[in-house]
Design a binder for this molecule. Structure first.
Ligand code: FAD
Length: 468
């Protein structure tokens, strides 16, 4: 053997590894009934329900954990856990059945700490305030008035299946609707929990009613709306779901990047992914996309059809962050409501802190921040710290900050009136592709699971059956 060939052969031997051999052999090919992209509330629930119906599923998530907007904070000192993302679910049979199937216990949600109180402040100017202009006693009559209006539109309870012409009241900015039906106290008291709206009073009532739905109103009226996992960790739901999915014929790929989705074959789709366990190609009969359907989230890995492109490019979104803040200065068992005395209904203009809650750990508070436009994370962090330091001067420190953007996908009202959502719904099932998640229903886990149950699953199961 020539010296050069010998050296080449030695090098080849040195660098040969089973992984290299596998990568040369191409990706591992997996054949599944359904491939689901996005392991948040919508995607994980769809995967579990399809598994229950004896379908084989692959679930792909880019983050290390399933759960999407769920953020459980684990305090390293005390080992106590609390939620600073999704915290509560409606106390309805669908939620109870889901948790029951996964054997994750539920308990009544009574807030982050027992007997929490409220303080009020104008954070922008650093002033304490006595409270909002509406009394708490105005709230129940206002909520009942809101409920009476909501009852007129039962079709808002499923996906976006609207009736035309869209009723005038649904097109009103929520501020005008509040004046018309005397529901101002609803706007004031629900503002801190109606996460994500850039400007609540300018938001069309249609979107508000999708978010503050009959299930939510019913829950507030009966004081029995919401539960969370008894372990104090909503993340547990998704940990168990993952274990359950991985049990038979299903795969969950976390920390994985989709490189290409190919929908050009005669039937079905092929999804190419880079995973910590190597490259995979998922050949699936059906594809479910459970991530926000924006051009920036989808186009990096898939070619959109003209119809998809025309619809998704119309979505606007707001921006939302959740933080855990140390030494904010807010009294330990109090939440702080941020008010602007000069603004309509004292609701401050965004970007701003819109809600806070005390936690079981004395010096930590959860803080939610929203903006109608993009703000860099570092600016959100310093805005939060400056606001609390201006008011209390205690050296507030953001311990952790999660960016939940893009949040609340909406389109312009003239587009809604022109039938945007009918066109959006017609995208379902085209190119063996199905869509689910907040944009197709609303930003509420219970409502999304209802959408999966009533709209998504029947469609997928029927189309899989159609394949024989
Ligand atoms: C701070 C906060 C608190 C909330 N609190 C509540 C609450 O208490 N109760 C409630 O019902 N609702 C709450 N919500 C509303 C919440 O938006 C919905 O309930 C629900 O989580 C939305 O689910 P989803 O599956 O549509 O989206 P997501 O939960 O966002 O799931 C989408 C998933 O797709 C993944 N993904 C994105 N791109 C890719 C990609 N390219 N490849 C693979 N994976 C990808 C994401 O990482 C994510 O896991 C809260 C939201 C926020 C932001």
């Amino acid at each position: 053997m020539e010296l050069r060939s010998l050296v080449t052969a030695l090098f080849a031997l040195l660098f040969w590894t089973p992984q290299l051999a596998a990568s040369r052999a191409g990706p591992e090919v997996l054949h599944r009934d359904v491939c689901i992209i996005g392991g948040g509330a919508a995607g994980t629930h769809a995967a579990i329900r399809l598994q229950q119906k004896s379908k084989s599923v692959t679930l792909i998530e880019k983050e290390a954990l399933l759960g999407g907007h769920i953020n459980t904070f684990l305090d390293p000192r005390t080992k106590a856990a609390f939620e600073y993302g999704v915290a509560v679910f409606n106390n309805v049979s669908l939620v109870r059945d889901y948790f029951d199937y996964l054997q994750v216990p539920l308990k009544s949600f009574t807030g982050w700490v027992p007997n929490a109180t409220a303080v009020y402040a104008d954070l922008a100017r650093g002033n304490d305030l006595p409270g909002p202009t509406s009394n708490m006693s105005d709230f129940l009559p206002a909520l009942n008035s809101y409920k009476a209006q909501l009852e007129k539109y039962p079709y808002l309870a499923t996906g976006f299946h609207l009736e035309y012409p869209i009723p005038e009241d649904l097109l009103l900015p929520f501020g005008d609707f509040c004046k018309k039906y005397d529901t101002r106290a609803v706007a004031q008291y629900l503002f801190p929990s109606n996460g994500g709206y850039g400007n609540l009073l300018a938001t069309p009532t249609l979107y508000l009613m999708k978010q503050s739905s009959m299930d939510q109103v019913q829950g507030i009226l009966t004081n029995d709306a919401v539960n969370n996992a008894a372990r104090g960790r909503n993340q547990a739901l998704h940990e168990v779901a993952r274990t359950r999915l991985e049990k038979n014929r299903n795969d969950v790929f976390v920390s994985s990047r989709i490189t290409r989705v190919d929908r050009t074959g005669e039937s079905g789709v092929v999804v190419h992914i880079n995973t910590p366990r190597g490259k995979k190609a998922i050949r699936a009969s059906k594809l479910v996309i459970a991530i926000p359907p924006t051009l920036s989230t989808l186009t990096p890995f898939m070619d959109l059809t003209n119809d998809e492109y025309v619809h998704f490019r119309q979505f606007n979104n707001s921006y939302l962050w959740a933080a855990v803040v140390k030494n904010s200065g807010i009294p330990t068992t109090a939440s702080l409501m941020n008010l602007d005395p000069a603004a309509p209904l004292q609701i401050p203009a965004m970007p701003q802190i819109y809600g806070t809650t005390p936690t079981p750990i004395k010096d930590l508070h959860v803080v939610w921040y929203r903006s109608p436009h993009l703000v860099p994370d570092w600016e959100v962090k310093s805005h939060i710290e400056e606001d609390f330091n201006r008011l209390y001067g205690r050296g507030a420190e953001v311990v952790v900050l999660k960016n939940h953007s893009p949040y609340l996908l909406e389109v312009a009202l003239d587009s809604v009136q022109a039938g945007f959502y009918d066109g959006l719904n017609r995208l379902q099932e085209k190119w063996d592709t199905f869509w689910t998640g907040a944009a197709w229903k609303t930003n509420d886990s219970t409502a999304i699971w209802k959408f999966n149950e009533e709209v998504l699953l029947p469609m997928i199961l029927a189309s899989l059956k159609g394949r024989g």
